[in-house]
Design a protein around this ligand. Structure first.
Ligand code: R2B
Ligand code: URA
Length: 309
């Protein structure tokens, strides 16, 4: 079952609908990996005003983003209190709320982000959030772009160059289209400043379920191909499929948000150019500065939205 871009507009009140008739019939819904529940917590009171869900791989980056966005949007928390990780007792993902912004970690790889997305989408539903926008702010390997370049994804492919999220369900492969919101891509690209000391580009992103062999690296614990095989693969990705970068979450992110009728975008910074090597050898301080770049772009979007509200 799939929905087209047009069908996504079928929810005129902006609410998030679940495509699962079972949830409404349940006495309670436990969002196990977030340490939240529809009966144990007043989710409407806690999360009803959420407008942006920002996710990234590591708990530290998302804690930093929560502090950064708090400063950027001028959000004040009561004196004497500090930002708390709402999901700390899940010991899985972190979750911070800064006014209309959620900042949440998703771990590494398709399965980890997929579990998180099921629960965050249900959270949006239980909380009666209206028209939330989801962003993934991450890192990636670039193909033919310099380290530090920011990539806004306008298309997603898996490791077999397929544009669907395939999940084995009841012994069969169920495929859902991995689509990104083109308008959001344009709006984000327009927020790149000409005087930013780095490039911001738009391109196709390849999603893999492994960092080493899955991304054609020569430096994993195992490798049964040559440098020439790897280069031919990467060059073919770039030349034939317009692939600009490689990461590990975009396919489920694009497919599950699209299936839920949620506008979503992925903005990643390239940590290296894979045509020049495999090891991530950039100094930590430089990498930390690079990782702020997607956050800066998303903060510009959120601030603009809140100013125009
Ligand atoms: C980017 O970086 C991680 C692997 O190092 C992975 O989560 C991704 O998508
Ligand atoms: N994340 C990835 O998935 N690949 C890279 O090469 C760098 C970051």
């Amino acid at each position: 079952m799939s929905i087209s871009d047009e069908e996504r507009d079928e929810y005129p009140d902006g609410s998030v609908k679940l495509r699962n008739p079972n949830i409404e019939l349940m006495d309670q819904d436990i969002l196990y990996h977030l340490a939240l529940g529809s009966e144990s917590h007043d989710l409407v009171e806690m999360f009803g005003d959420v407008k942006f869900v920002c996710m990234g791989g590591t708990p530290k980056r998302m804690e930093d983003f929560a502090h950064y966005i708090m400063q950027e949007i001028g959000y004040k928390i009561p004196t004497g209190t500090k930002l708390m990780d709402i999901s700390q007792y899940s010991y899985r993902y972190c979750l911070y709320k800064v006014g209309p912004v959620l900042s949440v970690s998703h771990g590494m790889g398709p399965s980890s982000i997929s579990i998180l997305l099921h629960e965050i989408i249900k959270l949006m539903y239980h909380a009666k959030c209206k028209d939330p926008i989801f962003f993934r702010i991450g890192t990636c390997g670039g193909i033919g772009i310099e380290g530090g370049t920011v990539v806004i994804s306008d298309n997603a492919l898996d490791g077999l160059q397929d544009n669907n999220y395939a999940v084995a369900t009841l012994g069969k492969l169920v495929k859902r289209p991995a689509r990104l919101d083109k308008k959001l891509v344009r709006e984000l690209q327009a927020l790149a400043h000409s005087d930013d000391p780095y490039d911001t580009v738009t391109g196709t992103t390849m999603c893999t379920s492994d960092f080493y062999e899955g991304q054609g690296r020569l430096d994993g614990a195992f490798c049964e191909y040559t440098e020439a095989d790897k280069m031919a693969f990467l060059k073919n990705l770039k030349e034939k499929h317009n692939v600009t970068n490689i990461e590990m979450e975009i396919i489920p992110f694009a497919a599950l948000t699209h299936h839920a009728g949620i506008r979503a975008a992925v903005v990643c910074v390239a940590l290296l150019d894979r045509l020049r090597g495999d090891q991530v050898a950039t100094p930590k301080e430089v990498m930390n500065e690079w990782q702020l770049r997607p956050q800066i772009l998303i903060a510009r979007y959120i601030k603009k939205y809140l100013q125009n509200k």
